[in-house]
Design a protein around this ligand. Structure first.
Ligand code: PLP
Length: 445
């Protein structure tokens, strides 16, 4: 069977491999709206939109048509050495129009990791060009997720992505994770927590010397770390401190971008304006691999001047500005606009978040949290002390398996159950998601 061949052949990403050999894969065979079906025909609501990414659902024919049409016309061309193609030009124009007005330039990659690696290299290149080669360090956060390649994986602040990979491999300082429930101290309220995090940021800058720090990178709302909304005032403070110290601010919008939080981009939800943005996932609803770095004219100018001086900006990928991927992105963004899917996130936020909060009294749920159409339940062994389980991840894995049985796919991040349904969900879909989640929780021992 397919499962046997899979077990015999494939190294699965982010998987406990020996366990996978025992249990085998869940082979997903087809999609329909917010639902997917496995190879035995069993139906699941895709409560994580794939990997936080399929905004328009799993059966949008317009995206298939856009890809087919572009493949017939020009299936591939590159953008090295001044070459260009229409869909990638049109998409750049669109992204610049959609993002905050200070962002005026676009660089394409195929994945969020490559986009964040690109940001590291762009910023290093820029600071070399500006005659300040010592300004190279990055600031990031514990539990942040920025990808998995050597530079982006270094920015990521999750031990499982560092351990035994010899990461971090670039100069980066990870600051305290801005999650009050886990990192707030005894007797501290949320405002005091925010003040402590900002004081820490200032202290780290003083200790390292601002002249050695290039940029601060963060997700507006940390997602892969467990869906962790920031405390009030956090981002305004981070922005103020970065500006005061000539440190670039990078908003990694790979999950928050394109309406996940009800605003076009996550930075708008939390009131800050980045110098650079990373976009991916919902940009094509993941029907094609694509990511983009959108950045300011000042950064562009420094890079462009240097490329003339040394002859080239020696960075880029075979698939940078891929015509099929960018054509699919344009169609996908048109669908999001025409159907007001960002407005859908605004309209359904209260119902979705209240549904999650309805489990707050459950004996295993320590915290129910989220924003827009993303949320999580954190399972704990003791609600009062917030004590995690002895064996981290076992309850999460168990819940995930029961969820499958109940026809709901979510993501267990340790013992945190993350949900991020496609932006096309309806009110009755959300009721069904919450019902299936409730059944799952009730079956946990
Ligand atoms: N940045 C964020 C915020 C992400 O959530 C992810 C992936 O989940 C990435 C970057 C990396 O993207 P990719 O998996 O496409 O390399």
């Amino acid at each position: 069977s397919l499962a046997v061949v899979d077990i015999a052949t494939t190294l699965h990403p982010n998987t406990n491999l020996r366990q996978h050999e025992r249990t085998g894969p869940l082979v997903i065979d087809r999609g329909d709206g917010i639902r997917v079906y496995d190879d035995r025909g069993k139906e699941y609501i895709e409560g994580l939109a794939g990997l936080w990414s399929v905004a328009v659902g799993f059966s949008e024919k317009r995206l298939a048509d856009a890809a087919y049409k572009q493949m017939l016309k020009l299936p591939y061309y590159h953008t090295f050495s001044s070459k260009a193609n229409e869909p990638s030009i049109r998409l750049a124009e669109k992204l610049i129009e959609m993002t905050p007005s200070n962002l005026t330039r676009v660089f394409y990659t195929s994945s969020g990791s490559e986009a964040n690696d690109t940001i590291v290299k762009m910023v290093w290149y820029m600071n070399n060009a500006l005659g300040r080669p010592q300004k190279k360090k990055f600031l990031a956060r514990t539990k942040g997720y920025h990808g998995i390649t050597i530079a982006s994986g270094s920015l990521t602040g999750l031990p499982g992505n560092h351990r035994d990979f010899d990461l971090p491999a670039i100069p980066v300082r990870h600051l305290t994770c801005p999650h009050f429930y886990r990192f707030g101290m005894e007797g501290e309220d949320e405002a005091a927590f925010t003040a402590r995090l900002l004081a820490e940021l200032e202290a780290v800058i003083a200790e390292e010397d601002a002249d050695t720090i290039a940029a601060f990178i963060g997700e507006p709302l940390m997602s892969a770390g467990g869906v962790l909304p920031p405390p009030a005032g956090y981002w305004e403070g981070v922005e103020r401190i970065c500006r005061a110290n000539d440190i670039l601010l990078v908003s990694d919008e790979v999950i928050c971008g394109f309406g996940r939080l009800g605003t076009p981009f996550g930075c708008q939800k939390y009131g800050f304006t980045p110098d650079i943005m990373t976009l991916s996932k919902q940009i094509t609803s993941s029907y094609m691999p694509l990511a983009a770095v959108v950045f300011s004219e000042a950064i562009y100018d420094a890079i462009a001047d240097n490329s003339e001086k040394i002859g080239n900006f020696g960075h880029g990928f075979t698939a940078s500005g891929h015509p099929v991927a960018t054509a699919v992105a344009l169609e996908n963004l048109a669908i999001i606009e025409e159907n007001d899917l960002m407005g859908n996130a605004v309209r359904l936020e209260a119902q979705f978040q209240a549904g999650l909060k309805s489990f707050a009294d459950h004996p295993l749920v320590g915290e129910a949290r989220g924003a827009g159409l993303i949320g999580a339940l954190e399972l704990v062994s003791d609600k009062n002390t917030r004590k995690p389980f002895e064996k981290i991840g076992r309850a999460g894995a168990l819940a995930s398996g029961i969820g499958h049985d109940e026809g709901l796919i979510f993501r267990a991040i340790g013992d945190q159950l993350a949900l991020c349904p496609p932006l096309i969900v309806t009110s009755s879909d959300i009721s069904e998601i919450i019902t299936r989640l409730g059944r799952t929780l009730d079956r946990l021992p």
